[in-house]
Design a protein around this ligand. Structure first.
Ligand code: 26V
Length: 810
């Protein structure tokens, strides 16, 4: 490994010539990226092998985090950081005439996730490796990640994200580790030595080939693995699946296409469950391939199968990988010959489950017909789990048919995946204190009554290495200069910053870093929108998936109201604001897409109106992604976390903004509640209904959105602008669905109910910003408390309280 700039430069030059056959002078940024990426991966290779060897020799317990999504984004910058060569490389490249930042821009984002759930998985991998845990990711190598979003005439247009176009320098294809996954077919039973044997016949075989990505920990020595599976056809199909004779070429092509579609694309919907066959195939593909390879590794240890729970923990990220449970049962019984009780005891001691949402429309339920046909053996096992579980319910709660119906795993011809996951896991956790409480007291109350020790909370976290050290290096340096560098490995020690919160010189340094970050974002906005942004305006940001419950609508209606005020009184006194949005809507989520159009329409009207005189500007930045988040978040003054209370399980964007010194305007929802617990009323802008009140309305009624429309002239004015001809409404029907959702559908997410309180809070924000010292003090207090939300903290708790693992010292 190169330890100084000169040796880096030398190795780099040689590698470039050797690999590309061209001199440095002719190399493009893309060439440099490729060579550098390969150098880093190869360098990590030795430590990767050593880490694996150590695990094998010591037989350390391994954790496998199963997730349909790993939203890792770009790896170059983070890997350089974790390997401790970021500065050496930056300076070395500069000497050679290249700018590291430009080189980083050459990497395509690995967008293998929708939003919070996928990004959480990526932060967890970083923390697992950095804290030296033996913890790996199991995922799917989608050929197409989350769609690329373009805004055309204000509308969202989706383009395919072919992220693998310029091959991926981080992955290693491991054909030697491939396994076979079987779909369809029939189950034949027979007796053998007094045991019932299940033969799976006439199945269609799929080849699962892993692509391994090294996950480099912050000490550079510890390197774990993210194993992403790709679906490929069997090369000699005639040998492996019954219905196909091997002679019909067209049939073979059809089979090949159908197989390859399994890892073709990531489902872009994170809002509505849809029982699509291809998605069920993806889920089983991940579970079966991942588990087979884990068991192959375990078998090499030559330990008895009974010790499996001591050596392997399996975690399922939401219900998407729940088929892991019946698949493990299948392998233990059908391959290893264990009896039901033994297999069940092993399985339930190995599996743990995290719930990420209480939105009922997102809960997965698979039609039994589909499961039975696609996965005949798995279905039999699920049926048996259900039968035994219902039997247990009957003996515990005799005669309570209602309870059994509410809790059963199979109900009305559907498999309820969350019930299966709860029944077969030794731990079920929510992702923030409030969310876990709602799970335990409401959504999963009956399960919590039955298994009181199973439920627990693990508040989410974010990796401070990507979201502070890498995204905001100047702020990280300032922290180093003030409290030393121990916080880098003990992020909770950022609390030491609090003592500087009133220090005028420290405050000014924080302010100057924020201003630089705002200037950089302004440049980016200029490059996209050709509009100059005032770096002294308040940067007020809402970036996240577009969803009705996240209430981007509340934000834009408030902006429209501000605009109306300015039109009424052009000399209105306010601190200029730049409102920034970034959000992708699921392609089939019509209301969400209309909200995007509304934001863009209001932006266009406001931005070009000379009466506004720059008091407000609105930008919708297209294609929100991990790399764009890294540019936006360090530049924010205000972080909008305004979901309907009770609906946002945790949120993780809220933590990223806090860590970068933005102040939160938010509801008492998800992890906002815990942020408030730490920083208090003075350092956060809270508004709106509390979760209890929201849930009360849902339960007992009593909310009438139309009364607010009729009673609050500000609300009436902005809503009428949506449907009455004027600058916002060019076609009468354009925003009708939004208007309708608020009034005719009685505003499911309490946008109008919280409107007044939101408006007031923004007045308070304007007032607070004018007191520069006070504002900076609040900002520093937020930064100081944010260390608690490092995913290092979260992962230590998963390790100690769920997985029962300790760090492995290399
Ligand atoms: C849901 C669905 C529904 C069915 C079809 C496919 C699909 C794919 C993804 C999802 C994700 C919904 C759950 C989710 O992303 N929850 C978010 O998890 C974050 C990490 O825990 C948390 O911070 C957010 O509050 C929560 O909304």
């Amino acid at each position: 490994m190169f330890n100084d700039k000169e040796s880096f430069k030398q190795v780099f030059r040689e590698t470039l010539i050797g690999k590309l056959g061209k001199p440095l002078e002719e190399a493009s940024n893309a060439d440099v990226y490729k060579i550098l990426g390969n150098m880093i991966r190869e360098n990590a290779g030795k430590n990767w092998a050593e880490t694996n060897q150590k695990y094998k020799v010591d037989k350390d317990k391994q954790v496998y985090y199963f997730s349909m999504e790993f939203l890792i984004g770009r790896l170059l910058g983070n890997n350089l950081l974790n390997m401790g060569v970021l500065e050496v490389v930056r300076e070395g490249l500069a000497d050679l005439g290249f700018c590291l930042q430009d080189i980083e821009e050459e990497e395509s984002d690995a967008g293998l996730g929708n939003g919070g759930l996928g990004r959480l998985a990526a932060c967890f991998l970083d923390s697992l490796a950095s804290l030296q845990y033996a913890g790996h990711g199991c995922g799917i190598r989608y050929k197409y990640g989350l769609f690329e979003q373009k805004i055309v005439d204000g509308y969202q247009v989706e383009l395919p994200d072919y992220w693998l176009q310029n091959d991926n320098v981080w992955e290693v294809r491991r054909e030697d580790k491939q396994v076979e996954v079987r779909f369809w077919g029939a189950i034949e039973t027979r007796e053998e030595n007094g045991r019932l044997v299940f033969d799976h016949t006439q199945y269609e075989a799929v080849r699962a080939v892993p692509y391994d990505v090294p996950i480099i920990g912050a000490d550079r020595r510890h390197v774990n693995t993210l194993r992403n599976w790709s679906a490929e056809s069997i090369t000699q199909p005639s040998r492996t699946f019954g219905s196909f004779a091997g002679t019909d070429y067209h049939k073979f092509l059809e089979y090949k296409r159908s197989v390859e579609s399994i890892s073709e694309f990531l489902y872009p919907d994170d809002s509505q469950y849809e029982g699509k066959l291809l998605r069920l195939k993806q889920q089983y593909f991940l579970c079966s391939a991942g588990l087979q390879s884990i068991l192959r590794t375990y078998n090499k240890l030559a330990l008895p199968i009974e010790l499996l729970p001591d050596k392997v923990a399996l975690h399922i990220n939401d219900t998407h990988p729940t088929l892991l449970i019946p698949e493990l049962m299948r392998i233990l019984m059908d391959v290893h010959g264990l009896g039901w009780d033994e297999a069940w005891s092993i399985t339930t001691r190995m599996v743990s489950y995290t719930n990420h949402t209480i939105l009922s429309e997102a809960l997965e339920k698979w039609p039994i017909q589909m499961v039975r046909e696609l996965l005949p053996r798995i279905f039999l096992i699920i049926e048996e789990i259900n039968a035994r579980f219902c039997g247990e319910l009957m003996s515990r709660y005799p005669g309570d048919q209602n309870r059994i119906e509410q809790m059963a795993i199979i109900h009305e011809d559907q498999v309820r995946m969350a019930h299966l996951a709860i029944v077969a896991s030794h731990s079920v956790n929510g992702v923030a204190a409030l969310h876990t409480e709602i799970l335990m007291k409401r959504e999963m109350r009956l399960f919590n009554e039955m298994y009181p020790h199973r439920f627990n909370n693990k508040t989410n976290g974010i990796t401070h290495r990507r979201w502070l050290l890498h995204a905001n290096p100047d702020l990280a340096n300032l922290i180093n200069q003030s409290i030393g560098t121990r916080w880098v490995s003990h992020p909770q020690e950022m609390i030491g910053l609090i003592k500087y919160c009133e220090d005028a010189s420290f405050q000014e340094q924080v302010a100057s870093i924020k201003r630089q970050n705002k200037l950089r974002l302004a440049e980016y906005i200029y490059s996209k929108h050709s509009v100059h942004v005032d770096p002294d305006s308040i940067f007020d940001v809402q970036v996240k998936r577009l969803h009705a419950y996240k209430r981007q609508l509340l934000n834009i209606l408030h902006i429209l109201h501000l605009y109306n005020q300015i039109k009424d009184n052009p000399s209105m006194d306010m601190v200029p604001r730049t409102f920034i949005f970034g959000a992708k809507a699921a392609p089939s989520y019509h209301l969400a897409k209309r909200i995007i159009k509304l934001i863009n329409t209001v932006a266009e009207v406001v931005n070009k109106d000379p009466d506004v005189k720059g008091k407000i500007r609105i930008f919708f930045l297209e294609n929100y992604s991990v790399s764009l988040a890294e540019k936006i978040i360090p530049a924010a003054d205000i972080s909008e976390q305004i979901s309907t209370a009770s609906k946002e399980a945790s949120g993780t964007g809220n933590m990223k903004f806090m860590m970068n010194g933005a102040l939160t305007v938010g509801t008492m929802d998800g992890a906002n509640v815990e942020m408030h617990e730490m920083v208090g009323d003075n350092n956060m802008f809270l508004f709106g209904l509390r979760a209890e009140q929201v849930m009360d309305y849902y339960q007992h009624g009593g909310y009438h959105a139309r009364d607010i429309y009729n009673g609050d002239s500000r609300v009436k004015e902005v809503l009428d602008q949506l449907i009455k001809p004027g600058p916002i409404c060019c076609h009468a029907t354009e925003f009708e669905s939004i208007f309708h959702s608020l009034l005719d559908n009685n505003d499911e997410f309490f946008v109008l109910k919280d409107f007044a309180s939101y408006v007031e809070t923004h007045v308070e924000i304007d007032r607070a910003y004018r007191n520069r010292q006070e504002w900076l003090k609040k900002s520093i207090i937020n930064i100081g408390h944010s260390g608690k939300f490092s995913s290092d903290n979260t992962i230590s708790r998963y390790a100690a309280e769920i997985w029962n693992i300790s760090p492995v010292r290399l």
